[in-house]
Design a protein around this ligand. Structure first.
Ligand code: 0RA
Length: 272
């Protein structure tokens, strides 16, 4: 009998255990982020950036700065309202801790802002936290700078007030866990390609990226014409036979929700 079959035969009630909280994510990372290779690693960035994009879609944020630091961490900084730091009405712990340290199923899907954020909306920033050796969050809100640090998804201390500010925003810096991922080296082109797409899909949002590692690169993605800019970008190496045509419209779906549609056609001299 093979090893595998033995394991199956020994399967008992003891091994069927309901995992709670972020331990589940560390035990079965691929279930949450797809895989633990390069793709999964870069998925972490998307998870964090998507939250800032949501804040921008809600109309409270227009700039997102993504940095790759020399120490191997990645940070995402936005000028939105900042994650609330007060006590959560039902959970009785700070909302920030609820957002960072508990797995949330759904919740995002009932938001209007879901409509064009451009992605596989995800499993949330708490999964990124769980899969990081360290995470640092700085919230500027209510006139104060608040900070908290987590290790493997758990707070190491209560939220600390670091000083005063009249700005608002959320800064999240994470250190992907090398015991989880095959490699923890972020590839700038892989990350920035995705950031460019997000900027095309979300006109009016300025996405800045900065690589502080060796041969650092930096840039800004900001496309005021959205989809039209995107079509021109992918059509860059072709000769266009007409200017791209952009169609926009909206309608109501069967449950009364608004559906917005944008279509852009380009005609060029290529064969395909
Ligand atoms: C929940 C409520 C509010 C803001 C956010 C979440 C928020 C989350 C993230 C994650 C990254 N950037 C973010 N910015 C905001 C605000 C509720 C209020 O102020 O009324």
């Amino acid at each position: 009998m093979t090893q595998k079959n033995t394991a199956v035969n020994n399967y008992s009630e003891d091994s069927i255990k309901i995992l709670e909280g972020l331990e589940a994510v560390r035990k079965r990372p691929a279930m949450y982020i797809g895989d633990v290779g390069e793709r999964g690693l870069h998925h972490l960035i998307n998870e964090v950036v998507d939250n800032s994009i949501d804040e921008a879609l809600a109309g409270f944020c227009d700039t997102i700065i993504v940095k790759f630091h020399e120490d191997g961490s990645c940070s995402v900084d936005d000028n939105g309202r900042g994650i609330p730091v007060g006590i959560h009405p039902t959970k009785k712990i700070p909302t920030l801790e609820v957002v960072m340290c508990t797995l949330h199923a759904g919740g995002k899907f009932d938001k209007d802002s879901y409509k064009v954020s451009g992605g596989l909306h995800g499993v949330g920033v708490s999964c990124v936290n769980a899969l990081s050796t360290k995470m640092i969050v700085i919230i500027k809100r209510d006139g104060k700078i608040h900070q908290q640090e987590y290790h493997e998804g758990k707070p190491v201390a209560p939220i600390e007030v670091m000083g005063d500010t009249n700005e608002t925003g959320t800064y999240i810096r994470f250190y992907p866990d090398p015991t989880i991922f095959k490699s923890v080296e972020f590839k700038l082109t892989k990350a920035s390609d995705r950031l460019r797409e997000l900027a095309f899909l979300n006109k009016n949002i300025k996405i800045i990226y900065e690589d502080e590692r060796e041969d650092g690169d930096k840039g800004v993605y900001h496309y005021e014409d959205g989809l039209l800019d995107f079509v021109n970008y992918i059509d860059e190496d072709n000769t266009q036979l007409m200017k791209p045509a952009l169609f926009t419209g909206s309608g109501i779906d069967e449950s009364g929700g608004t559906v917005e549609v944008e279509v852009c056609f380009a005609y060029n001299d290529s064969y395909t």
